[in-house]
Design a protein around this ligand. Sequence first.
Ligand code: SF4
Length: 322
Amino acid sequence: MSDKPAILEVENLTKHFRSGVRGHPVRALDGVTFSVAPGETFALVGESGCGKSTCARTIIRLYEPTDGRILLEGTDISHLGARQLRPLRRNIQMVFQDPYASLNARMTVRDIIAEPLRVHRPDLAPAEATDLIVDALTAVGLGREYLTRYPHEFSGGQRQRIGIARALVIRPKLVLCDEPISALDVSIQAQIVNLLRDLQDELGLTYMFIAHDLSMVWHVADSVAVMYLGQIVESGPTRMVYSDPLHPYTKGLLASAPRPDPSADLLSRPPAIEGEIPSPIHPPSGCRFRTRCPAVMPICSDVAPNPVDVGDGRTVSCHLFK
Ligand code: SF4
């Protein structure tokens, strides 16, 4: 990890939505804290519905935070108005999960990639804008000849390349990648992951990945935070968390992940997690994982565990660790 000041700091970030169920909110995100160093790749992982996409969308201010702070290069952007936010937003862009839904079918590639330039660089002359668009398109392995084509003329992998070019055209420092390969064929997932890594080296980018695919996170992320029901339960350097998971949820999640040779460690693997993730409208009291935890104790239903620093840059929120 870098010793430089964090590019992104998230402190106690909370996002509740109205549920319509007797005034009980949907507690999608509840007190999430982490930081991302410049040049690193940080991943938020967890099952579908754990709040990781809400976290990314709140950071980029598609959702207003209910509580907590978001600091981008030291500036608190949590409650800035649209005008104040606009110049700072140049530094933070997003690659969306579904390259079929995220590109406007009626727009040409040129117009799609030009969108962020229209918002953030209205001063550019048309020729300068075209140069930047072609540069971005070339960086993702496509070229000038694709400028006048429409999204339906491309494969899923090519569409995601266009989505990446759109995110990069204004040269952001931080790119939030929301499940960037999960909608793609397995055969081209590796190409997109390799492309993102090459672009990171070339352009000095910082990435925050949102993912449920643990093998992808293993390959790309320097550090990882594991989310469960709107909260981070464990975080630390990826290799340490993967090789020696501490939280019972992390252990179960890794046990559920596909391995190249499932028979090799069948006996040594902990059991996969059973049951469904509870409703974020009525999360369990105490530890939110207690209804599925194989190590649950009496204290777990009464007291919510706080994050404990267990050394080596790792934290875990579980009563098994004091
Ligand atoms: Fe399991 Fe209790 Fe730890 Fe929660 S606090 S993960 S229920 S042992």
